[in-house]
Design a protein around this ligand. Structure first.
Ligand SMILES: C[S@@+](CC[C@H](N)C(=O)[O-])C[C@H]1O[C@@H](n2cnc3c(N)ncnc32)[C@H](O)[C@@H]1O
Length: 230
């Protein structure tokens, strides 16, 4: 079993997701205590995909995160660099145009998409800023970005309880429900070292995104950041 180290070497990250691919969605539902479904609904609302639009779902994994955009009638491209996740996704949704690609070197022309979105993926990319610039490059002028990522609860007492859950309860629960519990130790550590809401917003602005804003979900356990390509 591969556990990515916190320097997020791409081959380690891809191999770790290859290992968890088969049970990835089930484990997510259990560990997020059912919140994952609510977070996905909020992403769908924020992206607001329209029929005929082109939507890139980056780090799409098995494409569970891509389904709401396809259901809204958008031409939706799930892109990921884990062959295991892509294979699992293709088995479940053979009609989707799965594309192998690294977030920091996207295999798409400039301005190819009306919206680019990434759910629970950006934190795993070694060079966050390169990915934010690439996402902007492949977005058409006037297009939008939505980033859904674990963040930091804003209310101090809740933050303390949550950090206890992450570091103490999550690894044993993961051992019970996942074949790759080490991946969830990486998850807990990578969440703790990830930038908070204002810091990620600043990174988006530095990458050239305009009208950057964010919304907290579940008290800030997750944040939705958005921006526009002017
Ligand atoms: C936690 S999963 C999220 C999958 C899906 N978006 C979801 O919400 O269920 C993270 C995904 O990011 C992918 N990933 C990580 N780094 C990547 C990179 N540099 N380029 C493309 N995909 C990447 C992994 O392979 C994995 O499938």
């Amino acid at each position: 079993m591969t556990r990515a180290s916190l320097d997020k070497q791409p081959h380690e990250v891809a191999a770790m997701f290859d290992d968890v691919a088969a049970k990835y969605d089930l484990t997510n539902d259990v560990l997020s205590l059912g919140q994952a479904r609510l977070w996905r609904k909020a992403v769908a609302q924020a992206v607001d995909a329209r029929p005929g639009e082109r939507v890139l779902d980056l780090a799409a994994g098995t494409a569970t995160s891509s389904m709401p955009f396809a259901a809204a009638g958008a031409y939706t491209v799930p892109c990921d660099f884990s062959q295991g996740m892509l294979r699992e996704g293709k088995q479940r949704h053979p009609w989707m145009p799965f594309t192998a690609g690294d977030a920091t070197k996207l295999p798409f022309k400039d301005g190819s998409f009306d919206a680019v979105t990434i759910s629970f993926g950006l934190r795993n990319v070694q060079d966050t800023d390169a990915a934010l610039r690439e996402m902007r490059r492949v977005t058409a002028p006037g297009g939008r970005v939505v980033i859904c990522e674990f963040s930091h609860p804003t209310w101090g007492p809740f933050r303390t309880v949550y950090e206890e859950y992450l570091m103490r309860a999550l690894p044993p629960v993961a051992r019970a429900v996942s074949s790759s519990p080490d991946a969830y130790v990486y998850l807990a550590e990578s969440i703790q070292t990830w930038p908070d809401q204002p810091a990620l917003a600043a990174r988006l602005q530095q990458a050239g995104w305009a009208k950057v804003a964010w919304r907290n979900l579940t008290g800030g356990i997750v944040a939705l950041h958005r921006g526009v390509r002017e």
